[in-house]
Design a protein. Structure first.
Length: 462
């Protein structure tokens, strides 16, 4: 039996001297690391306005190798991490009463340990250790460690912020991904109510909302901020290209000069169907959607830092974000300008007067919502290779060739299954989505700014 006494660790943020602010206490779990810094993705977020010398990802507290204690690591911060007044050069085990400082004049923390009574309900036995379970009020969220309020007896009153949580969470609501998605959704719901009885306006509003939702998933998973104006510009440039003579030029080259005429039904020759779809849909549309991304590459190269990094394409994450933004514009115009009117007209001509609008709405929802496994997946995957070619220019043409052909093949398989077997679309769509997610994961590892990026997790770190 071990003599180890289970303890719960806390990090106390000391209020600045001469202020009436109260200390803030954070619980430290043994099951995952805790990052301190200014970036919203940190578990303990430091106020950037009050402490400008703190890096985005400044320091990390994690379990020791024996899993019975905690250690402090500096994350190559600009102003250093200090432990008991000494600059930290390597991981250092923490002991009760240790004082941590993020920079010489940065925020001060005290490391505290409190023993936990041993009981059957308080301990979880594993193969190599005893881990104290924490009450629900002290458990950390999967992505962010919330400060724990001081525990007081239930008969000693309740604070105003506890009765009215919104009074003390305003900053978090704005900075984190809690408030904005809800406001956008409510705004579009109101617009949809206003558009009831006007099918064209209703369809456009619903399509834009679904496209934003699909893109938002990709944006959050990429975890790299890009200016909203840039993303909108890329989508609009794609729309303008589709409305310009450029589209006619592409159609002439790929579908008339080359054997890429798109069939409306299966003629019985599978190889011919695949070849036509590969040239007329895969190669043509993926190259067309890549134009705005390539324009961003050229613009970025003509600008100076930091604008070239913000507006250009310098790594795979940039290519994915801009590639999927281009696909949003393509999907919206193709769906609203081609597929929905075609379905409405065909149903009305078959005698289904009044059913045409319903059928058009159905195809709209299916196409736009499914674009995350369709056009967004193909274009995002090709965008990864465009960004990779900028990151590794020595292998540019081979990289672009592999990405272009792979995205075109995925696109071709989707179109072929749409004619031969709709049930197979589920398999092809899942594969395309998996390709995009794999590209995002690899792009995050290759990112030059990976320590500044944000992202979500489905499970807790072990």
């Amino acid at each position: 039996m071990t003599n180890f006494v289970p303890q719960v660790a806390y990090l106390r943020l000391c209020a600045p001297e001469g202020t009436a602010q109260a200390d803030v206490v954070y619980p430290l779990p043994l099951t995952r690391e805790v990052t301190l810094g200014r970036d919203p993705d940190c578990q303990i977020v430091i106020d950037s306005a009050a402490y400008t010398g703190v890096s985005r990802f400044h320091a990390r507290i994690e379990a020791t190798a024996d899993r019975v204690g905690w250690q402090l690591c500096d994350l190559e911060s600009t102003n250093g991490t200090y432990l008991n007044g000494r600059l930290l050069h390597q991981a250092q085990r923490l002991r009760a009463g240790d004082r941590l400082s993020l920079g010489l004049r940065g925020p001060q923390f005290l490391f505290e340990l409190r023993p936990v009574e041993k009981s059957a309900s308080d301990l979880v036995v594993t193969d190599d250790q005893l881990i104290p379970t924490m009450s629900s009020s002290l458990r950390a969220d999967a992505n962010l460690l919330e400060p724990a309020e001081e525990v007081t007896p239930t008969n000693e009153g309740i604070t105003l912020s506890q009765l009215f949580p919104i009074l003390s969470t305003g900053t978090d609501l704005v900075q984190r991904a809690y408030l904005a998605p809800g406001i956008v959704t409510v705004s579009f719901v109101v617009l949809l109510f206003i558009a009831v009885g006007n099918p064209p306006i209703f369809n456009v509003t619903l399509a834009v909302y679904l496209a934003i939702a699909a893109y938002y998933v990709v944006y959050q998973l990429c975890g790299k901020p890009k200016p909203l104006g840039l993303l909108l510009s890329v989508a609009m440039l794609m729309v303008l290209l589709l409305l310009s003579p450029v589209l006619n030029l592409f159609v002439y080259v790929f579908q008339e000069l080359l054997p890429g005429e798109i069939p409306t039904q299966f003629s019985g020759n599978l190889l011919m169907l695949i070849g036509q779809m590969f040239i007329g849909a895969g190669l043509m549309e993926e190259l067309l959607k890549a134009i705005p991304v390539l324009v961003a590459c050229a613009v970025g190269m003509a600008l100076r830092s930091p604008w070239r990094e913000r507006l250009g394409v310098w790594e795979p994450l940039d290519g994915i974000l801009l590639g999927t933004a281009s696909a949003v514009g393509f999907t919206l115009l193709e769906t609203l300008g081609q597929y929905v009117p075609s379905v409405i007209q065909n149903v009305n001509m078959q005698g289904g007067i009044g059913l045409g609008e319903v059928s058009g709405l159905q195809i709209l929802i299916a196409r736009v919502l499914g674009s995350i496994a369709g056009h967004l997946a193909y274009s995002g995957y090709f965008g990864y290779f465009i960004g990779l070619s900028m990151l590794k220019p020595a292998h540019r043409w081979r990289t672009l060739g592999v990405g272009y052909l792979t995205a075109s093949v995925l696109h071709t398989l989707w179109n072929v299954c749409g004619i031969l077997n709709l049930s197979a679309l589920a398999v092809v769509g899942s594969v395309s989505y998996a390709f995009l997610m794999a590209a995002i994961l690899k792009a995050r590892k290759l990112s030059l700014s990976r320590h500044e990026n944000f992202a979500t997790r489905l499970t807790r770190r072990g």
